[in-house]
Write a protein that binds this ligand. Structure first.
Ligand code: ATP
Ligand code: MG
Length: 138
């Protein structure tokens, strides 16, 4: 199990001013911030980031949403980071997410669901490299 995962506060949660509260919950859950930036995905970058979903019916809408405004990208460090972070954010659909998870608290819908978390160590590595150079990691 790796020590790192990648997360992104999505445009819905950033626009509503939830960044501070979400970063607090992440740190209180024992994750260390190893890299952090406010940025905006172009439609091309959003399409590449979610390319695994390109055959799904929600893909075009997802790409449009993810490029609609700024996102907060971060690398997080903790033992068992990927699995523990997925637990902290909750199910993809906030209606199915457990109480007190970040998505239960802040997501609007299955698409506008506030936050991303890597789903494997391999994808965490790929996603960290997608957003951050070596000089941007601490
Ligand atoms: P993420 O990869 O963003 O952490 P996830 O791993 O929980 O989320 P995925 O199945 O990878 O869920 O879907 C990626 C994203 O696509 C979701 O977070 C959500 O924004 C959107 N999405 C997933 N399923 C649907 C759906 N049925 N309708 C609309 N959007 C969806
Ligand atoms: Mg996913």
């Amino acid at each position: 199990m790796g020590r790192f995962t990648f997360t992104m506060i999505k445009p819905d949660a950033f626009a509503k001013g939830h960044t501070g509260a979400i970063l607090s919950r992440i740190q209180e859950a024992g994750f260390r911030i190893a890299a952090l930036k406010l940025t905006r995905l172009s439609p091309e970058k959003a399409a590449a980031f979610y390319a695994v979903h390109r055959e799904r019916p929600f893909y075009e809408s997802l790409v449009q949403f993810m490029s609609s405004g700024p996102v907060v990208a971060a690398i997080l460090e903790k033992d068992n980071a990927v699995e523990d972070f997925r637990k902290l954010i909750g199910a993809t659909d906030p209606a199915k997410a457990e109480a007190n998870t970040i998505r239960k608290l802040y997501a609007e819908s299955v698409e506008r669901n506030a936050i991303h978390g890597s789903d494997s160590d391999e994808n965490a590595r790929i996603e960290c490299d997608f957003f951050f150079s070596a000089l941007e990691r601490f």
